[in-house]
Write a protein that binds this ligand. Structure first.
Ligand code: NAD
Ligand code: UDP
Length: 335
């Protein structure tokens, strides 16, 4: 019995693969390397001392995906594969809807054909939109402001509708807050292409000397220091949340929705300060104008995941900074 991990070569997928292997699960990874590199697979093996099957397959390729199910005894799927850049999704909505939505549909169709009806889906705090006040609970009204967010909201809807049509399904929709950090070994981490959109890879690239300074997008928000507040979560804590979600869907049916966050909001300047304290490396920054579409504050209420999954985060913001830095400084060019 194996867990199929789509997008397992990516940032969150690789960390989750390590945690699953360390916990004794057999895994099969599917990835098309559209946003990752094959070297990550060697690192996962090195860190765990365990082997696993890998298929260079696009989730949109129904026949190839079906073959993966025919050749393996898949019990459940964790579905990470998808495109994830907000800005890119605004510029290329067709790509985003095509890859993310069609990917969900083809995966679900192939799963049903092979009678595999347990799935963990990567959703995002972006589905809470711009109008809710943090801390965010799972029952709040949802909305989106860009095509990427819409693919996540539609993805949630697709899996809810599949359950309505067939009550044998067991589905966990996980809404991630802001994953940062890396495996404490410094061997796997986030490896963005080009100029990073997200703050932590930008900070580490400034710290390593690849970029001159951080642009802080606005200091006139209604927050404790005027800069944007987010719920940063260590990627290893996030990965462990997937183990709990897998355990949950093994024993139940229905659709379960969980926030995966720390419940604590830190500002951009808090993050810079913690990074400098944790690493001893200075991060020069300038205040620039707000980034369109950004909100002042976004952080989770993680109580439901604690109650129902017995999961909570363990790592601090300093751990996140230290581990991001270890990854970046040991791998200045990524994989
Ligand atoms: P990532 O880009 O590092 O990983 C995604 C992986 O999926 C990549 O290895 C990519 O090559 C692969 N992939 C993409 N389309 C594919 C396809 N059609 N077929 C096969 N493989 C495909 O991203 P990540 O940060 O690890 O995110 C994983 C999931 O979590 C995504 O669905 C993302 O939208 C979601 N998510 C991420 C964040 C975040 O901040 N990183 C926050 C919320 C939700
Ligand atoms: N941010 C910033 N400079 C950057 C990137 C991000 O000041 O180069 C800020 C951004 O305005 C937000 C926070 O950092 O307040 C987190 O942004 P990120 O893009 O990492 O995540 P998201 O916007 O998805 O929460």
């Amino acid at each position: 019995m194996s867990i199929l991990i789509t997008g397992g070569a990516g940032y969150i997928g690789s960390h989750t693969s390590v945690e699953l292997l360390n916990a004794g699960y057999d895994i099969v990874i599917v990835d098309n390397f559209s946003n990752s590199k094959p070297e990550v697979l060697n690192r996962i093996k090195e860190l765990t001392g365990k082997g696993f099957k890998f298929y260079e397959v696009d989730v949109l390729d129904k026949d190839a995906l079906s073959q993966v199910f025919s050749e393996n005894h898949i019990e459940a799927v964790i579905h990470f594969a998808g495109l994830k850049s907000v800005g890119e999704s605004v510029a290329m909505p067709i790509n985003y809807y095509y890859n993310n939505i069609t990917g969900n549909l083809i995966l679900a169709e192939v799963m049903a054909k092979h009678n595999v009806k347990k799935i963990v889906f990567s959703s995002s705090a972006t589905v809470y939109g711009m109008n809710n006040i943090s801390p965010l609970t799972e029952d709040l009204p949802l909305s989106t402001t860009n095509p990427y967010g819409s693919t996540k909201l539609m993805g949630e809807q697709i899996f809810q509708d599949i359950y309505v049509s067939d009550n044998e399904w067991s589905i966990a929709l996980l809404r991630y807050f802001n994953p940062i950090g890396a495996h404490e070994s410094g061997r796997i981490g986030e490896d963005p292409k080009g100029i990073p959109n997200n703050i932590m890879p930008y900070i580490t690239q400034v710290a390593v000397g690849k970029r001159e300074k951080l642009n802080v997008f606005g200091d006139d928000y209604d927050t404790h220091d005027g800069t944007g507040v987010r719920d940063y979560i260590h990627v290893v804590d996030l990965a462990k949340g997937h183990l709990k979600a897998v355990e949950k869907i093994m024993g139940t049916k229905g659709v379960k929705i969980y926030n995966l966050g720390t419940g604590i909001g830190y500002s951009v300047l808090d993050l810079v300060k913690n990074f400098e304290e944790a690493t001893g490396v200075k991060v020069p920054y300038v205040i620039t104008k707000r980034r369109p579409g950004d909100i002042a504050a976004c952080f989770s209420d993680p109580t439901k995941a604690l109650k129902e999954l017995n999961w909570k985060t363990e790592k601090t913001l300093k751990d996140m900074c230290k581990d991001s830095w270890k990854w970046q400084s040991n791998n200045p060019k990524g994989y």
